[in-house]
Ligand binder design. Structure first.
Ligand code: ADP
Ligand code: GLC
Length: 503
């Protein structure tokens, strides 16, 4: 076994990371994990696509420089040029390499527009994956481990194991695949296979092929030395047909190499005491007054009545089937029969966007909806709401419920994936007053969601219980250091496995 204190050279590849680009939790995780690993003393390089159009007016980013490095990759018989920009992750020594390729990455969004994925997504992310290895080679990074995230980077593991491993620069480089969401697998028609740069012989049901398609997430899993996902419960769930989305067989087969590591919170970004987006930052000792002011500010901003007494329920989310919007719209009449306010922030599936807009039109004094991506409003909802809704159909980890706990906003969640691992249900005053942090329901049912909200509203009317639940949540530790240590242990296992398997 390598020594636990040995510094590792780690390359993290992801398609988005805070503060450079973000559509969801992957970005929070990639940025925060890289930072934490750097703080533990490891040599970390974060590789990302350079979405130049999306970042060019962002004045909060650090200065970005051209490395001068150029490369060319054959993409289906066409030579495509790439360049590499670099910077460091703010307040860290983590190197960030941004793969610049204007034809692929200078777009208005990261992956899709108007609910439709870009037609050349396979080509874009095969190019990015191949570029990651090319940059490691040209810059002589000599990684001990490459950590891939989601389908966009799954190809790296295939290329590493079949072409690079053992070659100069990649002597015994271990590979880790993190699964943030099994519902997105990067499935493309088989004629895209030449874009991968892999031999057709790997297009088989054990490695790159699934149901006749090229599957880049499967590729990542099949060739990885170690596999992780973002909560222990989800690690078990994805080995079943319900949540494995067709890869449950492969994952069960690799169960010994699969571990669930719960995400953490980046304290520099999500901290109610220092959050510059808030009208009044607050701590566990000042939560009552702080939250009252944040709530009034949120009600004003969302054009709702400024009533301190009315319970305000918030939700910030990608609008996707995963997130349980059908439960909310299905139970809306019953929920809105109560005296409460609902605030939604999100974007995604035009169907859910439309349904929520309709709801806001029908109940203007109770429902406020903002369609779009708004970092500042997301923080203000976390702080200004009394409760946070996450009735997800499935949830690999979920970050918003942890942000809610940290901000003294009581989560109402379904018992799945990381939600089950991070929120403790309030049963009754005698059973769980000292431990409960939220309200949890099991079956995916609109009646149960409505019932659980009604139960939470009842407890909200009992301030001595409510304030204890708030305090329980705010005292929980979600620091990334804990998770980063777990990742390092996985990296060491990956390196050991590679050593054992290399000739
Ligand atoms: P997922 O990754 O499935 O979208 P998570 O709960 O892990 O879910 O992470 C979502 C992240 O994206 C959180 O940081 C959340 O605040 C943010 N987010 C989602 N939608 C929006 C939005 N419309 N505006 C601002 N932030 C958003
Ligand atoms: C995914 C999941 C979410 C998780 C995030 C970061 O997008 O949907 O549950 O928190 O990745 O790991």
């Amino acid at each position: 076994m390598s020594s636990p204190r040995e510094t590792l050279r780690i390359v993290i590849a992801a398609s988005e990371a805070v503060p450079f680009s973000k559509t969801g939790g992957l970005a929070d995780v990639a940025g925060a994990l890289a930072k934490s690993l750097g703080q533990l003393g490891h040599d970390v390089t974060l590789m990302l696509p350079d979405y130049f159009l999306l970042r060019q007016n962002n004045t909060s980013l650090p200065a970005i420089h051209d490395t001068g490095l150029r490369f060319s990759l054959m993409m289906n018989g066409r030579a495509v040029l790439g360049a590499v920009n670099w910077t460091t992750l703010p307040n860290t020594n983590v190197r960030v390499m941004l793969v610049r390729q204007p034809e692929y990455f200078d777009r208005r969004q990261l992956y899709q527009e108007h609910g439709q994925g870009y037609v050349d997504n396979c080509e874009r992310f095969c190019f990015f994956s191949r570029a990651v290895l090319e940059i490691c080679r040209q810059m002589i990074l000599r990684p001990d481990v490459i950590h891939c995230n989601d389908w966009q980077t799954g190809l790296i593991n295939g290329l590493l194991q079949t072409q690079s491993n053992g070659r100069p620069g990649f002597e015994r480089t271990g590979s880790v695949m993190t699964l943030h969401n099994m519902a997105y697998q990067g499935r493309f028609w088989h004629f895209d296979m030449p874009l991968t740069g892999m031999d057709w012989r790997y297009f088989n049901p054990d490695q790159m092929e699934a149901w006749g398609d090229l599957n880049l997430l499967k590729t990542g899993v099949a060739f990885a030395d170690q596999i992780t996902t973002v909560s222990p419960t989800y690690a078990a769930e994805i080995c079943t047909p319900d949540e494995g989305y067709g890869l449950e067989g492969l994952l069960s087969h690799r169960r010994d190499d699969l571990v669930g590591i719960l995400n953490g919170i980046d304290d520099d970004v999500w901290n109610s005491e220092t959050d510059h987006h808030l009208a009044t930052p607050y701590s566990i000792d000042t939560v009552a007054t702080g939250k009252r002011q944040c709530k009034a500010h949120l009600q004003r901003r969302m054009h709702l009545d400024q009533r301190p007494d009315v319970p305000l329920l918030g939700m910030v989310s990608r609008m996707a089937d995963q997130k349980g919007f059908d439960l909310i719209t299905g139970a809306a009449e019953r929920i809105l029969a109560q005296d409460l306010q609902l605030v939604f922030l999100g974007t995604g599936d035009p169907r859910y966007e439309g349904q929520l807009r309709d709801l806001a039109q029908r109940y203007p004094s109770k429902v406020a909806v903002e369609i779009g991506f708004d970092e500042s409003l997301a923080h203000q909802i976390e702080a200004g709401a009394d409760m946070f809704l996450m009735p997800s159909r499935f949830e690999p980890c979920g970050l918003n419920q942890m942000y809610s706990l940290r901000y003294g906003t009581v989560p109402v969640v379904r018992k799945v994936g990381g939600l089950a691992d991070s929120v403790e249900n309030f049963e009754s005053e005698s059973q769980s007053l000292q431990t409960a942090t939220g309200f949890v329901f099991a079956a995916y049912s609109k009646e149960l969601l409505a019932e659980t909200i009604e139960k939470a509203l009842g407890v909200y009317q009992q301030p001595h219980i409510w304030s204890q639940i708030v305090r329980n949540g705010m005292s929980r530790d979600w620091s990334w250091t804990r998770s980063a240590h777990e990742y390092v242990a996985v990296y060491r296992k990956a390196i050991e496995r590679r050593k054992r398997q290399s000739p």
